[in-house]
Design a protein around this ligand. Structure first.
Ligand code: ATP
Length: 448
C-alpha cells in the first residue's frame, strides 16, 4: 500500500486533501492522472450499464437531500455504526473494527460501551442556521433514484423490468476513515437500481451478480483476486432480503468492492403514498408525507404493483484502488535494473498515447510531433499527450510508471527520410516503425 500511495502522489494520481494545511482526515483529491483514470472507469461503467443495454435510463440528482427522504428510507434511524471511546487516550473507534477489545492506538482495555453513531452529514439550508431548515448530504445515491421513480416512468414509458443508473458523490461520516481511498468520508458510487416484478427478483439477483463479476474482469481485475460473500442475515442492511458482496484482495486485506443487494419493495414501498393499495411485502413505516404513487401497472394483470429492486452498488474510489493495485508491478530487466509499470487495460489508461520529439529544438521534428498529436487527439479515444522533454529513455520509463500504453517518437528519419515513427509498446517494450499515414488506424485498432 505504501508504494502505491507514494506513486499516486509522486505521479499526480491522488493527493491528501487540503494537504498544505495538514490534510483533512478521510478526504483525498484526484490529480491530473487520477481524474483521467477515474473518469475512464466511470465511463466504462456507464457504457456497460446504460449505452450497451436498452433497459436502463440514466439520472444525475442533487446531493443535498430532503430529510423526509432519509427518514422514510430508514437512514435516520438505522444508518449507524457502533462507536467506542478509549478513556485513556480519547481516541474513537468502530466497535466492530476492534480485534480484541483493546484500543488500537494505546492498547488500553478501558473503552466505553458501544453507542450508535449516525453516519449522515447535515448542513443548514438558507442564511440562518437555527436548526429549522436543514438537509442531509446523501449517504448513497440510490434514494434519489427511488424518489424520481415516477418522473422517469412517466417521461420514458418504461415497463418492468428496467433500471435507473446514477454515478455521483456520497458522504458518510466514517468513525475511522483509513486505508487510503478505501474508506473515506466523501466518495463516489456507481449505482444501478433495477426494477423487476416480485417473484422474479431472485433470478435477476443471480444474473446481476454474474454480470458485475464479468464487468470487473473487463476492467483488468483477475477473477482470482475476487470472492463472493453471501452476507449472513444478521449482517444485512435494513432494506435487504439478500446481498452478495464482491470482495477484492486489497493491499490491506480482503474487503468489499461492490455490494449487490435485493432491496425488495422496501424503498419504493416506503416512499409511496397510499401504501395500503399495493400489497407491499417489506415492513415499511406509514408515510403520510409522500405525494406520489411509486407503483407501476403490470401489463398482464393490469394491477398496480410496487416493483422489487436489485441494486449493484460499486464504489468508484475502491474501484480505482483495486485497479491501481492490480495493474502495479515492478519488473527486473535483463540489464539488472528495474522498471515500474501500471499495466492498465488500454481503455482505463489516463494517457493513451505520448507523442515525443527526439530533439527538443528541431523545428521540423517538433512540428511533426505536434501535428501527430492533433491527428490522434481527433480520434476521440481520450488524452493524447504531446511531450517535449528531449529525453526519450526517461520518457518511456515515466510513461510505464503511469500506464501509458503507447509512446510515439518522432525523429530525423521521420522528417528527412520515410515519414515513419517509432511506436513503443508499454507491456512488451518492443519498438517498431510505423508509417505516419497508418498511425491513426493502428492506434484506433489498439484501443478498440
Ligand atoms: P462497508 O461495509 O465497507 O462500510 P458498506 O456495506 O457500508 O461498506 P454499501 O452501503 O454497500 O457499503 O455501499 C456500496 C459501495 O459504496 C461499497 O461497496 C463501497 O464500494 C462504496 N463505499 C461505501 N462506503 C465507502 C467509504 N466510506 N469509502 C469509500 N467507498 C465506500
Amino acid at each position: 500500500m505504501e508504494e502505491l500511495v507514494s506513486l499516486c502522489k509522486r505521479r499526480g494520481f491522488i493527493f491528501p486533501s487540503s494537504d498544505i494545511y495538514g490534510g483533512l482526515q478521510g478526504l483525498y483529491d484526484y490529480g491530473p492522472l487520477g481524474v483521467e483514470l477515474k473518469n475512464n472507469l466511470k465511463s466504462a461503467w456507464w457504457r456497460a450499464m446504460v449505452f450497451d443495454r436498452d433497459d436502463v435510463e440514466g439520472l444525475d440528482a442533487a446531493i443535498l437531500t430532503n430529510p423526509l427522504t432519509l427518514k422514510y428510507s430508514g437512514h435516520e434511524e438505522t444508518f449507524t455504526d457502533p462507536l467506542v471511546d478509549c478513556r485513556k487516550c480519547q481516541s474513537r473507534w468502530r466497535a466492530d473494527h476492534l480485534d480484541d477489545g483493546t484500543c488500537p492506538s494505546c492498547g488500553s482495555e478501558d473503552l466505553t460501551e458501544p453507542r450508535p453513531f449516525n453516519l449522515m452529514f447535515k448542513t443548514a439550508l438558507g442564511p440562518v442556521d437555527d436548526g429549522s431548515s436543514f438537509a442531509y448530504l446523501r449517504p448513497e445515491t440510490a434514494q434519489a433514484i427511488f424518489t424520481n421513480f415516477k418522473n422517469v416512468v412517466d417521461s420514458t414509458s418504461r415497463r418492468l423490468p428496467f433500471g435507473i443508473a446514477q454515478i455521483g458523490k456520497a458522504f458518510r461520516n466514517e468513525i475511522t476513515p483509513r486505508n487510503f481511498i478505501f474508506r473515506v468520508r466523501e466518495f463516489e458510487q456507481m449505482e444501478l437500481e433495477f426494477f423487476v416484478k416480485p417473484g422474479t427478483d431472485e433470478q435477476w439477483h443471480q444474473q446481476w451478480v454474474q454480470t458485475r463479476l464479468d464487468w470487473w474482469a473487463d476492467q483488468g481485475i483477475s477473477p482470482n483476486s475476487l470472492q463472493l460473500y453471501n452476507v449472513p442475515a444478521n449482517e444485512l442492511a435494513h432494506y435487504s432480503k439478500a446481498t452478495f458482496d464482491v470482495m477484492f484482495q486489497f493491499p490491506h486485506g480482503l474487503e468489499e468492492l461492490e455490494g449487490i443487494a435485493n432491496r425488495t419493495d422496501f424503498d419504493l414501498g416506503s416512499h409511496t403514498k397510499n401504501q395500503g393499495d399495493f400489497g407491499i411485502h417489506a415492513k415499511v413505516m406509514a408515510n403520510p408525507d409522500s405525494n406520489s404513487k411509486l407503483a407501476i401497472q403490470d401489463l398482464e394483470t393490469n394491477k398496480w404493483i410496487v416493483p422489487y429492486v436489485i441494486e449493484p452498488s460499486a464504489g468508484v474510489d475502491r474501484g480505482v484502488l483495486a485497479i491501481l493495485h492490480e495493474a502495479y508491478r515492478v519488473e527486473e530487466l535483463d540489464n539488472g535494473s528495474k522498471r515500474t509499470v501500471l499495466a492498465f487495460k488500454p481503455h482505463l489508461a489516463p494517457i493513451k498515447v505520448a507523442v515525443m520529439p527526439l530533439k527538443r529544438n528541431h523545428e521540423g521534428i517538433v512540428a511533426k510531433a505536434r501535428s501527430i498529436k492533433q491527428e490522434l487527439q481527433a480520434l476521440g479515444l481520450g488524452r493524447i499527450l504531446y511531450e517535449n522533454t528531449g529525453n526519450i529513455g526517461k520518457g518511456y520509463r515515466r510513461h510505464d510508471e503511469v500506464g501509458t500504453p503507447i509512446c510515439v517518437t518522432v525523429d530525423f528519419q521521420t522528417v528527412d527520410d520515410d515519414d515513419t515513427v517509432t511506436v513503443r509498446d508499454r507491456d512488451t517494450m518492443q519498438q517498431s516503425r510505423i508509417s505516419v499515414p497508418d498511425l491513426p488506424a493502428y492506434v484506433k485498432e489498439y484501443f478498440r
